[in-house]
Design a protein around this ligand. Sequence first.
Ligand code: HEM
Length: 416
Amino acid sequence: MPQIIRDPSFDSTLDLLREGYPFLYSRSQRFDSDIFQIRLMGMKAICLHGAEAAELFYDPKKFIRTGAIPRRVQTTLMGLHAIQTRDNGEHRCRKEMFMSLMTPGSRHRLMGLLAEQWEAYSRKWEHQDRVVLFEEAQEILTRAACAWANVPLQEEEVSLRARQFGKMIDGFGGVGLRHGRSKLARINNERWMRGIIRDIRSGKLPVQEGTAAHTVAWHREPDGKLFDVQMAAIELINAIRPIVAIATYITFAALALHEFPPYRQQLRNPHEDYAELFVQEVRRYFPFTPFVGAIVREDFTWHGFEFPKGTMVLLDVYGTDRDERQWEDPEVFWPERFRHWNENPYNFIPQGGGEYLTGHRCAGEWITIEAMKQAVGFLNDGITYDVPPQDLNYDLARMPTLPRSGFVMTNVRRTG
Ligand code: HEM
């Protein structure tokens, strides 16, 4: 029976915090193996890298999620006991709820709301000395996502809610103060959303059928019961907060347009959907999700390696998207590579892999791609702007990361 290679370090928690995104990838390269073992927070964890290992990881018969996501991530990023941590029938039932919000009509409505916001914000930008794209995109996405979800948002609370969603996302890899801020943002945001759920259920707040607010407030679990108010608040936030997270990819897309200007012309080619290739490459090239975790459901072996029941398993998302066996020159930004991508659900996994309904693959992947394409089109053709000197570096040791300046634009002018 082959042995899984062990990282010699007694515990790798500090190394993970120090190294960030490349932590798993650099070890799989160092050990020249798609599988190796580390200790994280005192616990043994089997680490997997690459498409073949991703296919294993996304087999729901082999893994569960209950117990896989640390409490500190649940109390900041996604909320306690949210869909990301559920299994079997309970997961399937919630996933159907989320996927029911992703119909073409529903997505089209969100894109319309987003287009209105880009227009309105660009009008405002024409009168500003400088614009920090990341912060503005968070507000644009918050406004559109709340309108789409049918969650009322007062004008004076837009900035507050946008920052709260932003801090929840920003907290997932944070310790100390950053973690504390993120937790507080979630506590306050959940309180607000519990009020919304109560108002919907009491009839005080009328909401339209088919919207996220209506769907989540009246969703029934497999036992036929409504969510308790807290759980409904968490899942409704789970339909809105990740839309706000697209601000990170939009900021990276702006960086890509700035750093690789020849693509600006390619994006105008009427004979090809180049924006699709471009945003796919943004999702591959720039770091967002470092890895995902699961727990072994029952003992099994894979290529002779033993996976004992209850063991923590981590899948290297960052490294799988730059695996040289799949991606030629992975450190080069090259959208054309997606012309020949085989659409395999395991070799390109920026938002998870495998199946949508039966697995944990991100429910919002289509929305993310569409919102990014729209934003890229707007930045390329809807406005002109200057990019003044600023610190556009992003730190791979920080999770999540972002160009340090948030992407500052000056002299913004609308073209239309
Ligand atoms: C799950 C990333 C946008 C809703 C996930 C997962 C990742 C991810 C890595 C977990 C995959 C796994 O556990 O195996 C992202 C990124 C986004 C994004 C990077 C873009 C910034 C969205 C959007 C929505 C959304 C726009 C919906 C409006 C969800 C939901 C899950 C999920 C509901 C849980 C799926 C499940 O556990 O079955 N996302 N996501 N995400 N995402 Fe996203």
